[in-house]
Design a protein around this ligand. Structure first.
Ligand code: IPE
Ligand code: MG
Length: 240
């Protein structure tokens, strides 16, 4: 394990500081197998767990996973309930592992509105990893990029800031991701080519990698392909 990890890490001269993933395609993965969408979410959640493991070998300092959006509430109640049962179990299961790896778990999104039991799991996971010094794992639940900007504006106004004092840096301090650098590499699976309201501010200059692989099938080789893609990019940030 250790040998493999160091050799794969050496493959890339440039590693992103912050990777964000939109894990999409759980439903289609399940449909292809004649399984229920919930089974797809179960497998997709297992894969989030595996991805945290793979990526922790690379020591990429920030990883953000999109778990549930502010728009996903539009799905049938049965799917939403099933998904949160799986996710609560996932969070509870991941705590000992992430503590042992020194990972700091951070929730981004609106905690209120999420199922009570799930909120408790998240709060516990965040609290119990708060002083960890390793990789920061942001998990986005009830997250929307537009909602994040609205929440930031509300808090800026509540803090009595004057318009002349508003800069990009100030806005950033009020985002859920305050103190976390912008996204370098954004990955979306399942051949959907859109941001879907994910990290709209933080991905302004991200390199975006799309793949047709469905999320539950997205493995170590696929991460390596995404990292190779990142290495092939010339980032200019509007300059020359
Ligand atoms: C992603 O898979 C998981 C969530 C958005 C919670 P989907 O459920 O969107 O799967 P498809 O797009 O229907 O295949
Ligand atoms: Mg989808």
């Amino acid at each position: 394990m250790t040998n493999t990890s160091s050799s794969s890490v050496r493959k890339f001269t440039l590693l992103p500081t912050h990777i964000a993933i939109v894990p999409d395609g759980n439903g289609r993965w399940a449909a292809k197998r004649g399984l229920s969408r919930t089974e797809g979410h179960r497998e997709g959640t297992e894969n989030m767990y595996r991805m945290v493991e793979y990526l922790s070998e690379y020591n990429i300092p920030y990883l953000t996973l999109f778990g549930f959006s502010t728009e996903n509430w539009r799905r049938p109640e049965e799917e939403v309930t099933g998904l949160f049962t799986i996710l609560t179990d996932f969070i509870d299961r991941i705590i000992p592992e992430i503590r042992q790896k020194g990972i700091r778990l951070n929730h981004i999104g609106r905690l209120e509105g999420l199922p009570e039991e799930f909120q408790e799991s998240i709060i516990q996971a965040v609290e119990s990893t708060r002083s960890n010094k390793g990789v920061t794992l942001n998990i986005a639940f009830n997250y929307g990029g537009k909602a994040e900007v609205v929440d930031a504006i509300r808090r800026i106004i509540d803090d009595g800031k004057l318009s002349k004092d508003i800069t990009e840096e100030v806005v950033e301090q009020y985002l859920y991701t305050a103190g976390i650098p912008d996204v370098d590499l954004l990955i979306r699976t399942s051949d959907e080519h859109r941001l879907s309201n994910f990290l709209i501010w933080q991905s302004a200059y991200s390199e975006i990698y799309f793949t047709d692989v469905l999320w539950p099938d997205f493995g170590k080789e696929d991460i390596d392909k995404a990292l190779a893609f990142y290495n092939s990019r010339k980032r200019r940030f509007g300059g020359l």
